[in-house]
Design a binder for this molecule. Structure first.
Ligand SMILES: CC(C)(COP(=O)(O)OP(=O)(O)OC[C@H]1O[C@@H](n2cnc3c(N)ncnc32)[C@H](O)[C@@H]1OP(=O)(O)O)[C@@H](O)C(=O)NCCC(=O)NCCS
Length: 325
């Protein structure tokens, strides 16, 4: 019995040129490199240039992913772009990407699940591909969080950065075994009771302004590890995979302490954890594909490897995905 799977053909990423170090932040606000590194593991983040929009980051990441896949843009018939920092209220940033790539067929839309956006977008595209509705998808996470930060709020502005990452998926018939390549399982969750713990205090329907990110950091921290590990256990239960059988753990890069605690609780060996939070900060929906692109490029993630993704973010939203590379 065969199964249709969304197989990853390639991935790519893009970071804005400007790097903002902890030392530079400490020169502007009451913080220190030591405090930031100790609490979060973050050493620097990239910041989009004036006039450089989320769509620009996304297009660069998409082009890199297409090149890695060896695919012409015309082969793509679905674009799902996860972002909380779109170029405009509407239309979707995904259509700007679609147009720039010269694609005028299929569908392109944005998806908003904050830091869980990439996992939600991957699950969405996977379902469309497995249903037969589309053949090849670009799944993109792209953010310019620097535009929604209150740069006087030291509790939040030190945490986030800008960037984009993308993967190309193709619907393929696989044997229907645990050894199949592609997306093997996805698990998405949300609970709006927590919406005031991490939110943006503006929007088109409320203030008619963009607003700034607000967060109860301790509250987010308190819930994060439990939510992350629950949804990973769901992925293990659905597939029979275990902490031992996965090759790589590529979590949302929000905070090294959250990542370490989650890996520890699940007994995932530290050498399997891909960490880029030190260099990128929290790039929200972009963080997983950015980390993935690093681990693919440096040769860690190889064909046949079992890769576990996990994310948690505002809403709260959280989710996991297990993918055989
Ligand atoms: C944000 C976070 C690093 C703060 O660490 P914390 O240990 O919880 O710190 P608190 O917020 O309790 O603040 C402790 C002290 O540090 C201070 N502080 C906050 N930010 C600071 C900074 N950048 N530099 C120096 N001091 C800072 C606070 O003002 C507070 O000072 P006080 O005790 O004099 O009032 C931590 O809560 C966290 O990582 N939360 C999860 C955030 C996250 O990952 N969000 C995204 C999810 S997708």
């Amino acid at each position: 019995m065969t199964a249709k799977r969304s197989v990853v053909l390639g991935c790519g990423s893009y970071l804005p040129q400007k790097v903002l170090t902890n030392a530079e932040l400490a020169a502007r606000i009451d913080t220190s490199d030591e405090w930031i590194v100790q609490r979060t593991g973050i050493r620097q983040r990239h910041i989009a240039a004036e006039g450089e929009f989320t769509s620009h980051l996304a297009i660069n990441a998409a082009r890199a992913a297409l090149e890695h896949a060896g695919l012409d843009a015309q082969a793509i018939d679905l674009i799902v772009l996860a972002t909380s920092t779109p170029d405009h209220t509407f239309p979707a940033t995904a259509v700007a990407v679609q147009n720039e790539l010269g694609i005028h067929h299929g569908a392109a839309f944005d998806l908003q699940a904050v830091c869980s956006g990439f996992v939600f977008a991957l699950a969405t595209a996977d379902n469309f591909l497995r249903s037969g509705a589309y053949k090849r998808a670009l799944v993109i996470g792209a953010e310019t969080f620097s535009r929604i930060l209150d740069w006087n709020d030291r509790g939040t502005c030190v945490l986030f950065g800008d960037g984009a990452g993308a993967v190309v998926l193709e619907a393929q018939d696989q044997p229907g075994l645990p050894s199949d390549r592609g997306v093997l399982t996805t698990h998405l969750r949300s609970d709006g009771r927590h919406k005031a713990k991490l939110y943006v205090d503006g929007g088109p329907s409320t203030t008619q302004t963009v607003g700034h990110l607000r967060m109860e950091g301790r509250e987010v921290f308190k819930h994060a590890v439990g939510m992350i590990t629950d949804v990973i256990v769901d992925a293990f239960d659905a597939t029979g995979a275990t902490a031992d059988s996965i090759d790589w753990f590529i979590p949302h890069q929000a905070n090294k302490r959250i990542i370490d605690a989650s890996a520890h609780k699940l007994h995932i060996a530290p050498q399997k954890v891909v960490l880029t939070v030190d260099l990128h900060g929290n790039t929200s929906a972009a963080s997983i594909p950015l980390a993935l692109a690093v681990a693919v490029k440096d040769g860690r993630v190889k064909k046949g490897d079992l890769v576990l993704f996990e994310a948690m973010g505002g809403g709260f939203t959280w989710g996991s995905a297990l993918v055989r590379w």
